[in-house]
Design a protein around this ligand. Structure first.
Ligand SMILES: [Mn+2]
Length: 345
């Protein structure tokens, strides 16, 4: 962010601020948004957080989560807040098209508002006056801390704010398993010093599954739902409409399932392919050097990060799975060559 001084001046008097993030908000979208809210509120701004769609239950314990506005449920509330705002913070997405309903409204009706983009996805769109985009950052939550530091307000980081940011960091790094850096560990230390109970937080976030979710996981791993392609160091888990009905799968129930495939030694590329009411959704994950971002973008109208990306297909489930399998030979070399980034010593 080049003109941070200008933004600091702007934030030196009370403003009406709306923070928006992406559809199906994850731990980072929510953690970074609420963390930023707790920061801006201390500077006497009036702050509203709004998402296009509902957030998962496992983060509802975060302070102020109950005050988040959902556009799907109350479009008027969100649009009124946006229209009455001075500044719109856009977190954890790289383009207004990623926040559909809210993005359209911002493009059409909020041209005069100051926009600030803070994000770690590739290829940020140039729609904001202030952009803090670092694709190497673990999470947007990490960047919120960096942003607070750039403004010189680290002393305002307290337990509430820190807990929100720590949530974003934990969920986007799989508890410090990937996208880490010396800076991230330093920030984690600062958050812990500010009072974050990381132990309790890990418990709250990751030991909060329902019996249904565990049984669904067991089904995925023990039936034909999972297929492993040893030749390509790849694997998939497929869930069809009947599985959705049988397990009564709701939003968030499939969270994390794809990662279990990567627990197999040598598997570098994993996909969860699910049949949704109108589309087929793909969650792609990888280990090390192998980029799933490219595959999501090239074949499945999606994107994301090197090791975690998502996409969609309008073809039926079966043909989508076939298409996926046909792509594998193209990446055989990349998936089987020695990966120096995964060498320990
Ligand atoms: Mn993120």
């Amino acid at each position: 962010m080049e003109n941070i001084a200008e933004l600091k001046t702007l934030l030196s008097t009370p403003k009406k601020i709306v923070i928006v993030s992406h559809r199906n908000p994850d731990g980072d979208a929510i953690g970074s948004s609420l963390g930023l809210k707790h920061f801006l509120t201390q500077l006497d701004h009036k702050v509203t957080v709004a998402f296009p769609s509902e957030f998962p239950d496992f983060v509802s314990f975060l302070p102020e989560a109950n005050r988040i506005l959902i556009h799907d449920n109350n479009p008027d509330f969100v649009e009124n807040a946006l229209e009455g705002s001075d500044i719109i913070f856009c977190l954890d997405f790289n383009s207004l098209s990623r926040i559909d309903s809210i993005g359209d409204f911002i493009r059409a009706k909020c041209q005069d508002k100051v926009k600030v983009l803070i994000d770690h996805h590739l290829e940020p769109e140039a729609f904001a006056q202030f952009t803090l985009s670092q694709t190497k950052a673990s999470s947007t939550a990490e960047l919120i801390y960096v942003f607070i530091e750039m403004l010189g307000y680290e002393h305002l980081v307290n337990k509430e704010l820190g807990t929100c940011l720590f949530t974003g960091i934990l969920t986007d790094t799989g508890s410090f398993k990937y996208s880490t850096s010396p800076r991230l560990y330093q920030i984690a230390a600062k958050l812990k010093e500010a009072g974050v109970d990381d132990y309790a937080l890990q418990f709250e976030l990751f030991n909060a599954q329902t019996e249904k979710q565990l049984r669904l996981l067991s089904f995925c791993l023990s039936t034909d739902s999972m297929q492993i392609f040893d030749e390509y160091n790849a694997g998939i888990i497929v869930l069809n409409k009947r599985d959705y009905e049988y397990f009564n799968i709701q939003r968030g129930d499939t969270e994390g399932i794809v990662n279990f495939i990567l627990k197999i030694k040598n598997i570098r590329f994993a996909a969860l392919i699910t049949e949704q009411p109108k589309i087929v959704k793909l969650s792609l994950r990888s280990k090390g050097d192998f980029s799933v971002q490219e595959i999501a973008q090239k074949y499945f109208k999606g994107g994301g990060h090197k090791n975690a990306a998502g996409g969609i297909s309008y073809a039926p489930l079966r043909s989508t799975v076939e298409k996926f399998k046909k792509i594998l030979p193209e990446y055989k070399e990349a998936l089987t060559k020695e990966d120096t980034t995964m060498t320990i010593v």
